[in-house]
Design a protein around this ligand. Structure first.
Ligand SMILES: Nc1ncnc2c1ncn2[C@@H]1O[C@H](COP(=O)(O)OP(=O)(O)OP(=O)(O)O)[C@@H](O)[C@H]1O
Ligand SMILES: [Mg+2]
Length: 492
């Protein structure tokens, strides 16, 4: 398992425990080595003591065959062996058994012991059948006198050291398990504020902050924002940052509100003079007073301009109302006749396009504002009319689906450029062609579509390529009205 994806808690716990394990291993190693060297030293001291006694024996028996009576003295440890070598051959050999009895070492063992150099040094040899021994050979008196070699077993030292190592390993393993557990708990507790920070940040990042009014942002609890700890300082910094963000969002919301109010007020103020301009122009043109053809044309243009301005003002007012979340009319709307009527209207206005209608026979009901939904479909059809050449086939369809109703307007016109398509529902977004065209729109049509559909809990999507442009509205099914339920019950 790679440690890259471990949590901080796991990483800290594992690294602390690993560090502890290394320290334990070093301590165990040093203790074992020190113990081994100490025990060897004391074994050597014991060997010296026994061997020195042998020297006395040999001195006393010089000239005769050396005897090994020192081996039976009190305190000589079991397993001790001794050989006396005189004139190159072993004269006597003896071993103290574990129970204190005198035994005879084998010839092979005697040979190993006889070969030890008689310089008073300590050597380690392996005696066949007996194991590893520390040995020392002592020469009596003169340079060619008898040599007595004494050996004590190392096995005891080794077994003590082995036992020590086993005990150390068991204690260390238990200690490490406990330390690992304790460190997981302690690290977990210390990282709690960090978890709080990430949970808070996660919750805030899940909130829609890009628009609208943002109510108070959640903070990391003060208990986890202790400025005396590193993690606490991060929490405190995050809380401060959230304070600033909150202030900035409030300022943005206030400025949006001001802008909306200004737009709504300005649109409202424009409405009355526009109505007056339209009214007076119509009155003068159609009145009894005779006007010249030029004046009549000018008046018609004034009327057309005023009408376009009125529709712009109406769109702006509608958008302002929708931005303000002001409720729309809510009624039961059958989409099939609504779309059919809109197609009929546009057909009259643009007979050079081919208009096709695909609606089911049964009612397709949504809950909403009939006039606004009609405006939505009319806007899409108007776009298919104004932004495509004559002869284009436009299909308006209502397609009931399990999870909602699709209303689609498809045309086989030139399409929308990808650059414009990505922002086509933004306010005042329109193609260059529309901008330069004398009768070009304002670029609010699709923004109104998007806002009205959103107010009906629906979605709108646009897909376009040369030869095929599709606008799709997805609207939720409407709850049937009480009257309709009553009707259905009656006809049952
Ligand atoms: N069916 C379509 N085919 C080609 N281009 C389209 C189509 N529908 C929309 N567009 C492009 O998208 C732009 C934005 O459309 P939108 O309806 O928002 O504004 P508009 O039609 O220019 O003005 P308005 O609808 O406010 O009178 C248009 O200017 C046009 O360039
Ligand atoms: Mg339009």
């Amino acid at each position: 398992m790679s440690g890259r994806h471990w949590t901080l808690r796991t990483r800290l716990t594992v690294s602390t425990t690993a560090l502890l394990a290394v320290v334990c291993a070093v301590i165990a190693l040093i203790t074992a080595l020190a113990m081994r060297s100490f025990l060897r030293q004391s074994l050597d001291d014991r060997l010296d003591a026994v061997a020195d006694r042998s020297a006395g024996t040999v001195t006393r028996t010089v000239g005769k065959s050396a005897e090994l009576s020192y081996l039976s003295a009190f305190g000589v440890p079991g397993g001790t062996v001794g050989v006396a070598v005189d004139g190159g051959s072993v004269t006597t050999a003896e071993m103290v058994s574990a129970t204190g009895e005198a035994e005879q070492p084998t010839a092979a063992q005697q040979a190993v012991l006889a070969a030890v150099r008689a310089d008073g040094g300590h050597y380690t040899v392996r005696l066949p059948g007996l194991g590893v021994y520390r040995v020392k050979a002592v020469r009596a008196g003169s340079a060619d006198g008898a040599v007595v070699t004494t050996g004590v077993p190392l096995a005891a030292v080794d077994s003590i050291v082995t036992r020590l190592v086993v005990v150390e390993l068991v204690v260390a393993a238990g200690g490490l398990a406990l330390a690992g557990l304790a460190s997981a708990v302690v690290v977990g507790r210390n990282l709690r504020p960090l978890r709080q920070i990430s949970a808070t940040a996660l919750r805030i990042s899940g909130r829609p902050l890009h628009s609208g009014e943002v109510s108070a942002l959640e903070r990391v609890p003060a208990s986890d924002a202790d400025a005396n700890t590193e993690v606490g300082r991060v929490a405190a910094a995050l809380n401060r940052l959230l304070g600033h963000v909150e202030g900035a969002l409030e300022a943005r919301h206030a400025s949006e509100q001001r802008m909306r109010r200004f737009l709504a007020d300005a649109s409202h103020e424009l409405r009355t003079p526009l109505a007056a301009i339209t009214g007076y122009a119509q009155l003068t043109r159609r009145g009894t007073e005779v006007v010249g053809p030029q004046t009549a044309l000018a008046l018609a243009q004034v009327e057309a301009g005023a009408a376009r301005l009125s529709s712009l003002v109406d769109d702006l007012l509608l958008l302002a109302r929708l931005d303000d979340n002001r409720p729309l009319e809510r009624g039961e709307v059958d989409l099939s006749p609504l779309v059919a009527e809109a197609v009929r209207d546009v057909h009259t206005a643009a007979p050079d396009h081919h208009w096709r209608l695909e609606v089911p026979n049964e009612p397709v009901l949504v809950t909403g504002d009939q006039a606004r939904l009609h405006q939505v479909v009319a806007n899409l059809l108007a776009n298919a009319r104004t932004h495509t050449p004559a002869g284009t086939t436009v299909t308006a369809a209502v397609r009931p689906q399990e999870d909602g109703i699709l209303v689609q307007v498809t045309d086989d016109g030139p399409g929308i450029s990808p650059e414009l398509l990505s922002r086509v529902f933004e306010r005042f977004a329109r193609g260059d062609a529309s901008r330069s065209r004398a009768a070009g729109g304002t670029g609010l049509g699709l923004a109104v579509v998007s806002s009205v559909v959103a107010a009906h809990n629906g979605r709108v999507e646009a897909a376009s390529e040369p030869g095929r442009t599709v606008f799709t509205l997805r609207l939720p099914w409407g709850a049937p009205s009480p009257e309709r339920i009553a009707e259905a019950v009656e006809s049952y």
